[in-house]
Design a protein. Structure first.
Length: 202
């Protein structure tokens, strides 16, 4: 697998110093461990779905195979990109998300399933009642406390995701779309990618 990647980050406001520090550390570690960083792209104060679509458009104008997404407030381990590539290679996956948790409320994992339970993860019930009428709804997935094997997910956030260009080339524009009262832009992407035959792994 050719480990060449562009890194993109939609920016709405100032970037926390720790997030900036750790992003630089992640880039340095990736380069030292065989990852070629081709480009780094950002947007500034755009609506999130527009920002993501603009970043994809710019990316597809290049020949780079992989796109790594991070949010501006994410504090990521230095091994993040290397580990995501390892999973992509192991599972022959085109979408791999890191596992992270909400900062507010119950600190739930930013992973969802439509009631499908795997050996490596648990699902909180069979999904919310809304899932019966809204294909973008699902139930939280909880990584198994004693296992570290990758597992498939229905949807995730977009704060730490590695995506191959073939996913965007397959899906119709817009790749991201916020639909009020129905879905966020990241759910829109994941659900449509799954319907197109792509399995996301965590």
């Amino acid at each position: 697998m050719e480990r060449k990647v562009s890194i993109v980050c939609p920016v709405a406001e100032s970037v926390p110093p720790k997030a900036f520090r750790d992003a630089l550390g992640m880039v340095a570690y990736s380069v030292r461990n065989g990852i070629e960083i081709i480009d780094i792209g950002v947007t500034e104060r755009e609506l999130i779905d527009e920002a993501r679509n603009n970043l994809v458009t710019t990316f597809l104008a290049t020949s780079t195979e992989w796109l790594f997404w991070m949010d501006a407030d994410m504090i990521l381990p230095k091994e993040t990109i290397v580990e995501l590539f390892n999973v992509a290679e192991e599972k022959n996956a085109k979408i791999v998300t890191g596992i992270y948790y909400q900062r507010k409320g119950k600190n739930l994992p930013v992973l969802w399933s439509r009631g499908v339970e795997t050996e490596e993860s648990g699902v909180s019930g069979e999904g919310s009642p809304k899932a019966k009428v809204n294909k973008y709804c699902g139930a939280y997935m909880f990584p198994h406390p004693d296992k570290k094997e990758p597992f498939p997910v229905h949807a995730a956030g977009f704060g730490c995701v590695l995506v191959h260009r073939s996913v965007f080339e397959t899906l119709d524009y817009p790749w991201f779309k916020f639909i009020k009262g129905q879905c966020s832009e990241d759910f829109y992407f994941f659900v449509n990618a799954k319907e197109a035959g792509f399995t996301a792994w965590a």
